[in-house]
Design a protein around this ligand. Structure first.
Ligand code: FMN
Length: 186
């Protein structure tokens, strides 16, 4: 069988291993999942985000964003969200239901911001104007940077996963939470 992953324990372990790789390996497809939130119009809102940290013991996934972005307002109203990961190498889709808390202050956020501040992407969180602000031209200009930052840490607590494996000889699917496993018809 593919990967030699026969038991639910093997698969569960491999899922977390791949997530762990996703946040350290730039080329791993799971580095850039799609995050779906509930928009103010009641429709889903989706966007790509970068997986920044994975804590297997706590079952948490961490992301960075601008505190003024739409996703943050949406998460403040409805903290539950879904992440979708796809890897063509693994032939795995993983959909993860999460409860997200937004940190714009506090020691954990500070640790991450200290690191980002020294990197080339610091400017992404220091623009004067909020993401999504309308402007008159499509040309890219350097944003006016303010002294303040708008860095926010998204901490996603995993509630449930839906794992799907596409295989030549047949597909496999399961729904799992921290202490449950249910095989499903794909
Ligand atoms: C490959 C890729 C990675 C991205 N990573 C992030 C990210 O880690 N955090 C983030 O806030 N936006 C990221 N973005 C931009 C978002 O997809 C989105 O356009 C932006 O955050 C505004 O989303 P919102 O208005 O729904 O909040 C990324 C976009 C791409 C294409």
């Amino acid at each position: 069988m593919k990967h030699g992953l026969d038991t639910s324990q093997d698969i569960r372990q491999q899922i977390w291993k791949e997530l762990g790789r996703g946040c350290v390996d730039r080329h791993h497809a799971w580095r850039t999942p799609v995050l779906a939130t509930v928009g103010f119009d009641g429709l889903p809102n989706v966007r790509t985000v970068v997986l920044r940290k994975v804590d297997t013991n706590q079952q948490t996934l961490c992301f960075y964003t601008d505190a003024r972005s739409a996703k943050v307002s949406e998460l403040t109203k409805q903290p539950k969200a879904v992440l979708a990961f796809w890897s063509a190498r693994l032939n795995w889709q993983l959909r993860v239901k999460v409860a997200i808390s937004v940190a714009t202050e506090g020691p954990e956020m500070q640790v991450h911001w200290q690191r980002v501040q020294q990197s080339a992407s610091a400017g992404d969180y220091m623009a004067n104007e909020a993401p999504g602000t309308e402007r008159s031209t499509g040309f890219s200009t350097s944003p006016t940077l303010s002294g303040d930052h708008h860095f926010a840490l998204l901490n996603a607590q995993v509630l449930q996963m839906d794992w799907l494996e596409l295989g030549q000889g047949g597909h496999r699917r399961a729904r799992l939470s921290a202490d449950t496993w249910q095989w499903l018809i794909p």
